[in-house]
Design a protein around this ligand. Structure first.
Ligand SMILES: NC(=O)c1ccc[n+]([C@@H]2O[C@H](COP(=O)([O-])OP(=O)(O)OC[C@H]3O[C@@H](n4cnc5c(N)ncnc54)[C@H](OP(=O)(O)O)[C@@H]3O)[C@@H](O)[C@H]2O)c1
Length: 341
């Protein structure tokens, strides 16, 4: 199949400026954590990538270890970016990260300079790229001096291997420290990538204020709480669903208190003529500090439904108050350890 992008892909201009940088990001970014690994991209996953770009999604989020086995999402995406998407490289923002388990031994995990720099070299080979647009420290490493991680991030910028750098799941305190360390090295931290959704609201306490003050953008990952913010789990666990896989979304996370919240939120969404999934995305984007909502999808239909959330981004004060009654913590933040420091 020879792919040509839809000529009206920028018609809606759904972009937002990333912090105080010069970079615009699409309001919705596609993440390749699940469904894009394996020996080859399956046909649906390939269609998802093309459809996303056809609808103005210019930003694709990866990490060194995405896909099973680890790294196969980058390899598969690399096959597309070096062929059918090659002519669109200048229209694309491609992000990758290092910080979690990737290869055996002491240099294949956490945030030493040795790990981060060699991981990015490996990612560039897999992606068949000369540079990535954004390179992240995937999590805070309590056993590595932050200055060493900052050294690694500033080095890859100087070497032209990344255009911008970011951090993921860092606490407000460590974000301030990292921003300062990077500035001392002549580099600005572009973006923070925390988890955030209607049932995981930790960033509202301090992090949003902190990044706003520092002029750092914010891309919120798992805005659908891995699919929990849809109505599909109210009565059953569908066969083709993340909860049924019982890995990162464990069946026991679907508690009665969760189902009660989601049932009520679903009713509010219906009154807005949105699905709960759509309302969950519009809700994350209601905050001006949020540059982009970083979603995952397993089908083109899911992608289309998510992108249609952008048709209704406004909330009345009354709606927001009502949503607040049910949009409460469910203790589902699997990434919280990183932001405890
Ligand atoms: N920085 C980090 O540490 C970190 C951690 C996690 C993720 N991320 C990034 O964030 C991205 C998104 O994470 P995520 O996949 O957890 O995000 P998410 O958008 O909260 O959840 C995605 C899941 O929601 C379900 N879904 C999506 N659209 C739907 C629809 N229209 N109707 C019903 N269900 C729908 C699908 O579940 P089913 O599979 O059940 O169909 C999909 O797999 C990742 O790909 C990755 O790039 C970063």
């Amino acid at each position: 199949m020879n792919y040509t992008a839809n000529s009206s892909r920028y018609k809606h201009n759904h972009f937002r400026r990333c912090g105080e940088s010069g970079l615009d990001l699409p309001l919705i970014t596609l993440g390749l954590w699940k469904h894009f690994g394996g020996k080859n991209l399956n046909i649906e996953s390939k269609k998802i990538i093309f459809r996303a770009f056809d609808r103005g999604v210019t930003h694709f989020d990866l990490a060194n270890n995405y896909g099973i086995p680890f790294g196969t999402a980058e390899i598969n995406f690399g096959k597309l970016i070096s062929t059918q998407l090659k002519k669109y490289r200048n229209e694309l923002i491609i992000s990758t990260k290092a910080g979690y388990d990737m290869w055996p031994g002491p240099y294949g995990n956490w945030s030493s300079k040795k790990y981060l720099v060699s991981s990015l070299d490996q990612s560039l080979k897999k992606l068949k790229l000369d540079y990535v647009d954004i390179f992240y420290s995937h999590r805070f490493d309590p056993n590595t001096p932050l200055a060493e991680t900052a050294d690694a991030l500033s080095q890859v910028i100087r070497q032209g291997k990344a255009l911008y750098v970011g951090i993921s799941s860092y606490s407000p305190k460590k974000t301030i420290e990292m921003d300062k360390l990077l500035l001392e090295r002549g580099v600005k931290c572009l973006i923070h990538q925390p988890s955030y959704s209607m049932i995981n609201r930790w960033i509202e306490k301090d992090l949003l204020k902190t990044i706003s003050k520092l002029g750092i953008g914010c891309i919120a990952f798992s805005p659908l709480a891995q699919g929990m913010l849809s109505n599909k789990y109210i009565n059953k666990i569908p066969a083709n669903s993340r909860a049924n896989e019982n890995k990162s979304l464990k069946k026991q996370m679907l508690t009665d208190s969760y189902k009660d919240k989601v049932t009520n939120l679903d009713l509010i969404a219906k009154k807005r003529n949105q699905s709960l999934t759509q309302m969950a995305l519009s809700w994350v984007l209601r905050k001006k500090e949020i540059t982009s909502a970083l979603i995952g999808v397993r089908t083109v239909n899911q992608l289309n439904e998510c992108l249609d959330s952008l048709n209704n981004l406004n909330f009345s004060t009354k709606e927001l108050k009502l949503i607040d009654k049910f949009a409460k913590e469910e203790n589902i933040n699997l990434w919280s350890a990183s932001s405890k420091h």
